[in-house]
Design a protein around this ligand. Structure first.
Ligand SMILES: Cc1cc2nc3c(=O)[nH]c(=O)nc-3n(C[C@H](O)[C@H](O)[C@H](O)COP(=O)(O)OP(=O)(O)OC[C@H]3O[C@@H](n4cnc5c(N)ncnc54)[C@H](O)[C@@H]3O)c2cc1C
Ligand SMILES: *[C@@H]1O[C@H](CO)[C@@H](O)[C@H](O)[C@H]1NC(C)=O
Ligand SMILES: *[C@@H]1O[C@H](CO)[C@@H](O)[C@H](O)[C@H]1NC(C)=O
Ligand SMILES: *[C@@H]1O[C@H](CO)[C@@H](O)[C@H](O)[C@H]1NC(C)=O
Length: 550
């Protein structure tokens, strides 16, 4: 009790820069005070806390392993990358509660990690030198499927592979609409909306979330009823790390047929790839919801002139006979042959889309944690009016000229046109033809190469301006991109810049929810939802007022 009083007193008294976390030459100092704090802040008597806290000084190799296992973007794994003072790895809900209460008491900046796939490393790296901790949710990974009521409860640290596998274990006619990459964490992926191959049939993941558990800034564990409809609305697409720590999501399963058909065909410009992508835009906005075709544009170095090629990858919720008849009616130009089609189960289609040989690989691969990582940069756009053939030709040529960047064109239509933009915090619904993901992945550990490829994504993005949605130009939160703006010292005005791109008209309501549930802006990061001026204790990312952004 006295220590709580002391810390709040310190907070009041000191002007910025202000750190209430104990300062000492002993690198173990925060580790020690945190361990001391945890049992006193736990809702239940608990002696297990020493087994969930890692510090670089006390647990050097274990700390490094826990830190690095879920760093998925090597751009945020350099010697310059800031490292957490401690990593807390809760094994039960009360651990999360105690950790949040102690982070607050000791005034230590917190980052929350589930799967670690954030494209800007927000869950584990800081863009400034401030002492911080990671709350790593990977031990909270249970998935409970209840076929009778068609629901699944998945903890934040479960990966999508766990979710898909556990559903498959219990039912061959149920699935869940979420992302393609099976190592994505439930905590980050689903709070950011969750986009996948069943989007035209079932929308995004948040359209099926029916309950959630969150630990708020006061350390309370709240379900939907406890948190209220405003926060529950915000958690569905507003991004997790703005409001508290998501412990689990409860979701409704969706029906999938026993036989699913997939195909992948690549066309060069000589094979009329430009005309095909042109046609694809209009086909996808109206065709049967059971069909999803992604179009990938990649450089075609084998071609005589500098251009791109197009790969069409499909998921059809039905058999190949039905698919062939649909294609011959709606998209005969693609020239799809029955031999291009593979009839497989829904769970095999997960492997297929993840580029795993579904014939040779055991399904248990979905349960594996893999710590593979690359250097990544992603950006996004939405296209709302069809791009002309001339425009597409220019885009193909630009991709060929730049030589490395790829564009993934992800169709909308179907169910996405039926859900109002304010039904959940995720706003990108009717009116979109497709979403573009700009994608650049590399392996060279060389700052010059990084600079070159980062520039390439920006050059491509600039080039695309006239073809994509504008006023504002919009972006997909799950494809996090610091180029579109970050929180600066003033918090609100800079936050509005990227906030309107990610959330469109839902931004203002998100600011209200944020202000109500986290009035001191304790849960904040480079792109967290800001709080109106005058209301907050903390601005920008920093514990201090003079953040590097100013
Ligand atoms: C290889 C790859 C493929 C991808 N494919 C897709 C795809 O098909 N569809 C799609 O929609 N997206 C895709 N993404 C993007 C992905 O959905 C987002 O990066 C998502 O945020 C990842 O969630 P995570 O838990 O793995 O990441 P993390 O890095 O752990 O978290 C991401 C964000 O969520 C916050 N967060 C994480 N857990 C919690 C929690 N428990 N409570 C509160 N906040 C939390 C973090 O602080 C961070 O801000 C892909 C990303 C990668 C790297
Ligand atoms: C970290 O090291 C300390 C001191 O050796 C030990 O007591 C603690 O159990 C270790 N923590 C973990 C999570 O292994
Ligand atoms: C969405 O907006 C409409 C029209 O303004 C309103 O009637 C409806 O209540 C809103 N829905 C939600 C979930 O806020
Ligand atoms: C980025 O690349 C373009 C050419 O593609 C070049 O003109 C420009 O100078 C580069 N910018 C930077 C900052 O390197």
């Amino acid at each position: 009790m006295s220590s709580i009083k002391l810390f709040s007193l310190m907070f009041f008294l000191c002007s910025s820069p202000c750190f209430s976390a104990p300062k000492s030459s002993d690198p173990n100092s925060l580790y020690k005070s945190f361990l001391k704090c945890l049992p006193t802040s736990s809702p239940k008597p608990d002696t297990s806390f020493p087994s969930i806290v890692y510090s670089s000084a006390a647990n050097s190799s274990a700390y490094t392993k826990v830190l690095q296992d879920r760093i998925k973007n090597l751009r945020y794994k350099t010697t310059a990358t800031s490292k957490p003072a401690i990593i807390v790895t809760p094994k039960k809900e009360t651990h999360v509660q105690a950790a949040v209460i102690c982070a607050k008491k000791l005034n230590i900046h917190i980052r929350i990690r589930s799967g670690g796939h954030d494209y800007e490393g927000v869950s584990y790296a800081l863009s400034e030198k401030t002492q911080f901790m990671i709350l790593d949710m990977f031990n909270l990974r249970s998935v409970n499927v209840n076929v009778a009521v068609e629901t699944v409860v998945a903890e934040a640290g479960a990966q999508l592979g766990d979710l898909y596998y556990r559903i498959w274990e219990k039912s061959k006619v149920h699935g869940f609409p979420a992302g393609v990459c099976v190592t994505l964490g439930v905590g980050g992926h689903i709070s950011g909306a969750g986009y996948g191959t069943m989007i035209r049939k079932y929308g995004v993941s948040v359209d099926h979330v029916i309950d959630a558990k969150i630990v708020d800034v006061k350390g309370r564990l709240l379900d939907r009823k406890g948190m209220g409809e405003d926060l529950f609305w915000a958690l569905r697409g507003g991004g997790g790390s703005n409001f508290g720590v998501i412990v689990s999501f409860t979701m409704k399963l969706v029906k999938v047929p026993k036989v699913i058909t997939v195909f992948k065909v690549t066309k060069t410009v000589e094979e009329k790839a430009v005309d095909l992508v042109f046609k694809w835009q209009s086909v996808m906005s109206t065709v049967d919801k059971d069909l999803f075709i992604r179009a990938l544009l990649n450089p075609a170095p084998e071609s005589k002139k500098k251009t791109a090629k197009a790969t069409f990858i499909a998921l059809f919720l039905g058999d190949s006979t039905k698919l062939m008849s649909l294609m011959s009616k709606s998209f005969p130009e693609l020239g799809l042959k029955k031999a291009d089609c593979f009839e497989i189960s829904w769970i095999q289609s997960i492997l297929y889309w993840f580029n795993i040989d579904y014939k040779k690989t055991k399904l248990e691969v979905l349960l594996e944690r893999n710590n593979g990582a690359n250097f990544l940069k992603r950006k996004s756009d939405y296209v709302q009016t069809p791009i002309t053939k001339q425009g597409l030709t220019a885009i193909f040529n630009k991709v060929g000229e730049l030589g490395k960047i790829g564009l993934a064109l992800n169709p909308y239509g179907g169910r996405m046109n039926e859900i109002p933009a304010n039904a959940t915090a995720f706003p990108h619904r009717a009116g979109n033809l497709f979403k573009i993901q700009y994608s650049l992945t590399w392996n060279e550990n060389d700052p010059k190469v990084t600079e070159k490829y980062m520039n390439q994504t920006r050059v491509m993005y600039e080039f695309m301006t006239k073809y994509v949605a504008k006023n504002p130009r919009i972006s997909f939160l799950n494809y996090k991109d610091f180029d579109i703006g970050v929180n600066k010292g003033d918090g609100y005005n800079s936050g509005k810049v990227f906030g309107q791109k990610y959330y469109k008209n839902n931004f203002d309501r998100l600011v209200k929810v944020k202000t109500a549930v986290d009035p001191e802006n304790f849960f904040r990061n480079e792109q967290s939802i800001p709080i109106p001026p005058g209301k907050k204790k903390h601005t920008g990312v920093s514990m201090v007022e003079d953040s590097i952004y100013q």
